[in-house]
Design a protein around this ligand. Structure first.
Ligand SMILES: [Zn+2]
Length: 158
């Protein structure tokens, strides 16, 4: 089975030449890993103890690894995480990935089952912005109308 990185917008696996790391056994560190993934993937379920869910090396600072120096020197050695190391680096999504995410999210807006939404989703935030913009345009249109009307009014009486 291919161990693919579970982080949002990351498709790295052992086949792409990245070292991948199983979720740690230590509950506190494990929770931090889960939180890291969930910060971009709200519906990510914490993996079970036996799960083969992994996070790839791309999300860890260099000093999270014990033997990065050996690798830097050109030695082939598997990257080992220091105990307690926590992923912190999120991949930057491409336009394509963002578009895909948008279309995937739209159908479940207001859908009941996946109601666990601690934060406002990006889709609804966008809707909010669109709504505010609509209001602004309406106000501007109304004011321009009023302005034109008062000019006509003045011209009529002069
Ligand atoms: Zn990754």
């Amino acid at each position: 089975m291919v161990k693919r990185c579970v982080v949002q917008f990351c498709g790295n696996s052992c086949y792409t030449g990245h070292s991948v790391h199983l979720f740690p056994k230590d509950p506190a560190t494990r929770r931090q890993w889960v939180r890291f993934v969930q910060s971009k993937r709200e519906n990510f379920d914490p993996p079970s103890e036996k799960s083969s869910a992994v996070i790839c090396e791309a999300h860890f600072e260099k000093d999270c690894f014990t033997n990065s120096f050996m690798r830097d020197m050109g030695f082939k050695s598997k990257k080992e995480l220091k105990p307690g190391a926590v992923p912190t680096i999120h991949p930057i999504p491409t336009e394509d990935q963002l578009a895909k995410q948008g279309s995937k999210r739209l159908p479940d807006v207001g859908g009941g089952l996946s109601a666990k939404r601690p934060r406002q989703s990006r889709a609804s935030a966008k809707l909010e912005v669109a709504r505010v913009r609509k209001h602004t345009i309406l106000i501007i249109v109304t004011f321009t109308g009023l302005f034109n009307w008062s000019i006509n009014f003045c011209e009529y009486f002069t």
